[in-house]
Design a binder for this molecule. Structure first.
Ligand code: BTN
Length: 244
């Protein structure tokens, strides 16, 4: 079934990723989308909480995993690319960048995060690609001291965003990019992704196996890992599972 063939819209859940991957939804077809107005235990990478008040867009896409689960890092980046494209259409004045592995920043502030999780039962694995976008969240409503300063699209665009319309437009883009992913199209858009990579050519801190290290960001590789450089290590590759 195609992505969005079935859409489950809920008011409040703990986490759309966790619920879609739970046993209760094990018979849901691949491509099912679950959206929620709020999440009580929204999850981010590295066991962080994803702040999920009303006004944000929170949804997960359930997929039957056809291949190596690492391949889904490519899909997450391809989805980040089309989300970035759509955000840039809504607000022409901000600089939207993809921060490897799965964030989108607007003028250096976090506007979107993607969390890909997998669940294996016997021979089969299912993947939930969870997307959180700060659409209509007022600045004072964000908690203080977040890792990266957050920003909402409504603040950048100076108007309230029509969430249903935004989601409909985004799903059309995601359907197309998912086809490209299945046709092994990651390398075709890799140059475009690298062109909007946050910090490309500059130095940035990475938390690798719990230790903060500084590297110059060189670019994303064809296998979705990141190429970086430091004088001590030379050019090395960072893998998503090594970060945080
Ligand atoms: C990150 O930036 O660390 C990733 C954040 C991912 C948040 C989304 S919101 C929908 C889905 N459900 C979750 O619990 N998390 C993802």
């Amino acid at each position: 079934m195609k992505i969005g063939g079935k859409i489950i819209s809920l008011e409040s859940v703990d986490s759309t990723n966790s619920l879609l991957l739970s046993d209760r939804y094990r018979l849901m077809p691949s491509g099912t989308i679950m959206t929620a107005e709020t999440q009580t235990a929204g999850r981010g990478r590295g066991n962080k909480i994803w702040f999920s008040p009303k006004g944000g867009l929170y949804f997960s896409i359930l997929l039957d995993a056809q291949s190596d689960l690492n391949e889904y890092n490519k899909l997450a980046l391809m989805i980040a690319f089309v989300i970035r494209e759509q955000l840039a259409e809504y607000c022409k004045t901000a600089d939207f960048r993809i921060k490897w592995p799965n964030d989108i920043l607007a003028d250096g502030k976090k506007i979107c995060g993607i969390l890909t999780q997998a669940k294996t039962r016997g021979e089969t694995s299912r993947v939930a690609v969870g997307i959180g976008i700060n659409l209509n969240i007022a600045k004072p409503d964000f908690p203080q001291n977040m890792d990266i300063d957050p920003v909402s699209l409504s603040e950048l665009a100076c108007e309230t965003i029509d969430k249903d319309l935004f989601l409909r437009q985004l799903l059309a883009r995601i359907v197309n990019v998912h086809k490209d992913f299945l046709d092994d199209g990651f390398e075709k858009i890799l140059d475009d992704i690298n062109a909007v990579l946050f910090s490309k050519g500059r130095e940035m801190d990475f938390s690798i196996k719990g230790k903060i290290k500084n590297y110059r960001v060189l670019g994303i590789n064809p296998d979705a890992t990141l190429r970086v450089y430091s004088p001590e290590t030379g050019i090395i590759t960072i893998n998503i599972i090594d970060t945080k």
